[in-house]
Design a protein around this ligand. Structure first.
Ligand code: FAD
Length: 464
C-alpha cells in the first residue's frame, strides 16, 4: 500500500521534522525485525506476511513522544502499528500498509503497586514486572509463556491466558484488567482512561483503536512456585490427574499442563524425563503443598520424574542461572516453538473444551486425529469451573485439510479459534459485545491504526 506523502523520501523528511529528536530506526535490519512477529508458526500467514514491512520504526521515550508520533501520523495520514514484544502469533503486529511501527519498549515503568493491584507502563515486560513486584510479595496473576519478552500492553491487546490461568482464568474475564490508558491517533491526540467494562473496547483489539500507554491489573500474593514433571501411561490418565489437581481449590498452583505422548519427543530437553510412549504433566505448585500433587499423581498411576525447588525455578525464570529454562517455557504455545525447531512442517490450532465434557472430548480428539493433531492441554479455572484448552500441534498438509479438521472439531463441540488469519473478526471466540469498531471511529478517525486487521472497518477506511 502506497504512502500518502508524495514520495518516500519526502515522507521521511516531513515526518522526521515533526518528530524532531524522537529516536527512529530506518536501517533495513531493524525495520525487518520489528515488522515481524511469530506469524511464521502458520504456513498460511507465512506466505501472506513474509514481505510486509514498515517504513520506519519510531521508539518513543515517554508518553509525550507517543502523543507527538500519533499527531504526526494523523497529520500526514501515515499508518501506525503498535508493537510490544513482537511475540504475537497471528501477524497482529505486522504492518500491512507500511508506515510507522511504534515500538513501546521504552515505556517500561512500574507506575505503582500495592496489595491487590498495580499499574504499569504498557511496554513493561511481564518478567520485569514480576521481578519488580517480588520484594513486596506480589505477582502478576498470569502471564503468557513468552513472559520474558511479552509486554503488559501487548498481552492486553493481543494475548489471552497462560501460567496462572489454572487459578485466575483469562485476561478477558471480568476484573482481569482494571483500567487502561489509551492515546488516540488524531491531529490533537487525547489521553483517555477506560475502566470497568469499557476496557473491552481495546482488549484483544490488536491495537486497531488506540495506543495503550498504561495498564492497571489485579495482583496476587506471590508463592514459592516449585516445579514438577510427572509421567503417566496414557494421555487420558494424565488429563484426569490434571483435572483433579486443578479442581483442588485448597492447593495454590500456577501451571497445569499435560502433553500427549506424541508431543513429548518434541520437548527435546524434557524428553528424558518420560519413558517413550508416556504422557507428561508439568506443574508449578506452591512448594509447601507439592506433596498434595505428588499424592494425586500416585493415585492416577503416574510417577514424578523431575523436581525443582521454588528457589531454583525462580532463578531459572529470572535467568540467574544457566541450565534448564523455566518449565512454563515448555507449555502453552512454546510447545509449537519447540516442535517447529525439530520439524518445520508442524503448525498448530487453538481449541477450547467445554467444561461439561472436556475430558471425553479430549479422548475423542486424541483418537479421531491420532498422528495428525497432537494434543497438549492447558488446564484453567473459569467462572467456577475447571476445563482445558489446547494449542495442539498439527502435521500440516494443505489449507483445505486444516479447514476440514477445524470444521470437524467445531461440529463435535470443541470450540476452535483459527490462528491462521490476521483478521481479528475471523479468528473466532471474539466477543460480540466488545465495541471495538465503535471506539475506533472516535480514537482513530482516519483509520490509520494497524490497517487491515479489523474486517468491519475495511470498507470504510480510506487508505490508498
Ligand atoms: C512461543 C510463544 C508462546 C506463546 N504463549 C502464549 C501464551 O501462553 N498465552 C498467550 O496468551 N499468548 C501466547 N503467545 C502469544 C504472545 O506471546 C502473547 O499474546 C503476548 O502477550 C503478546 O505480547 P507482546 O508484547 O509480544 O505483543 P505484540 O506481539 O507486540 O503485539 C500484540 C498485538 O497487540 C498490539 N499492541 C502491542 N502493544 C500495544 C499497545 N501498547 N497498545 C495497543 N496495541 C498494542 C500489537 O499491535 C499487536 O496487534 C505466545 C507466542 C509465542 C511466539
Amino acid at each position: 500500500m502506497a504512502l500518502p506523502a508524495a514520495s518516500r523520501q519526502e515522507f521521511r523528511q516531513e515526518f522526521r521534522q515533526d518528530l524532531a529528536d524522537i529516536p527512529i530506526l530506518e536501517d533495513a535490519g531493524s525495520v525487518r525485525m520489528r515488522s515481524r512477529d511469530f506469524f511464521w508458526f502458520s504456513p498460511i500467514l507465512k506466505e501472506a506476511l513474509e514481505d510486509k514491512r514498515a517504513e520506519i520504526i519510531a521508539v518513543p521515550r515517554n508518553k509525550a513522544d507517543v502523543m507527538r508520533i500519533a499527531a504526526a501520523c494523523a497529520r500526514h495520514r501515515v499508518p501506525l502499528t503498535v508493537r510490544g514484544g513482537g511475540t504475537g502469533n497471528y501477524g497482529q503486529a505486522v504492518p500491512l500498509a507500511g508506515g510507522v511501527v511504534l515500538d513501546m519498549g521504552k515505556l517500561d515503568q512500574v507506575i505503582w503497586h500495592k496489595a491487590g493491584a498495580g499499574r504499569f507502563a504498557a511496554g513493561a515486560r511481564m518478567l520485569d514486572i514480576d521481578r519488580a513486584l517480588a520484594p513486596a510479595g506480589h505477582e502478576l496473576r498470569f502471564y503468557p509463556s513468552t513472559r520474558q519478552h511479552a509486554t503488559i500492553g501487548g498481552f492486553v491487546a493481543g494475548g489471552a491466558a497462560g501460567a496462572g490461568s489454572c487459578t485466575w482464568g483469562q485476561i478477558s474475564d471480568p476484573g482481569a484488567v482494571l483500567a487502561v490508558e489509551v492515546v488516540t491517533v488524531e491531529d490533537q491526540p487525547r489521553v483517555i482512561e477506560l475502566t470497568g467494562r469499557d476496557v473491552l473496547k481495546v482488549m484483544h483489539a490488536y491495537g486497531v483503536n488506540g495506543i495503550i500507554t498504561e495498564v492497571e491489573v489485579p495482583l496476587a500474593p506471590s508463592h514459592p512456585w516449585c516445579e514438577r514433571i510427572a509421567t503417566f501411561p496414557s494421555l487420558s490418565a494424565a488429563a484426569r490427574c490434571a483435572q483433579t489437581f486443578t479442581e483442588c481449590d485448597g492447593v495454590a498452583k500456577k501451571l497445569v499442563t499435560v502433553h500427549d505422548p506424541q508431543v513429548v519427543p518434541f520437548l527435546r530437553r524434557l524428553a528424558t524425563y518420560a519413558e517413550p510412549g508416556h504422557a507428561m504433566a508439568i506443574v508449578m505448585v506452591s512448594e509447601p503443598q507439592a506433596d498434595a500433587f505428588e499424592l494425586m499423581v500416585a493415585d492416577h498411576g503416574g510417577c514424578v520424574t523431575f523436581r525443582r525447588t521454588a528457589e531454583d525455578a525462580r532463578k531459572a525464570a529470572f535467568a540467574e542461572t544457566s541450565g534448564l529454562q523455566p518449565l512454563y517455557e515448555f507449555t502453552w504455545n512454546h510447545t509449537t516453538l519447540h516442535a517447529i525447531r525439530i520439524d518445520p512442517t508442524i503448525t498448530y490450532l487453538q481449541l477450547r473444551f467445554p467444561p461439561a465434557n472436556n475430558l471425553e472430548l479430549v479422548d475423542w480428539v486424541a483418537a479421531q486425529f491420532h498422528g495428525e493433531v497432537l494434543l497438549h492441554l492447558e488446564f484453567q479455572r473459569r467462572f467456577g469451573k475447571v476445563t482445558c484448552s489446547s494449542l495442539p500441534l498439527v502435521r500440516y498438509t494443505t489449507p483445505q485439510r486444516l479447514d476440514n479438521i477445524m470444521a470437524e472439531l467445531n461440529a463435535e463441540g470443541v470450540a476452535v479459534s483459527n490462528p491462521h488469519t490476521f483478521v481479528l473478526d475471523d479468528a473466532g471466540w471474539k466477543r460480540v459485545d466488545a465495541p471495538q469498531a465503535e471506539f475506533k471511529r472516535m480514537a482513530d478517525p482516519y483509520g490509520l491504526m494497524n490497517p487491515g486487521k479489523l474486517a468491519d472497518w475495511q470498507d470504510t477506511r480510506e487508505l490508498a
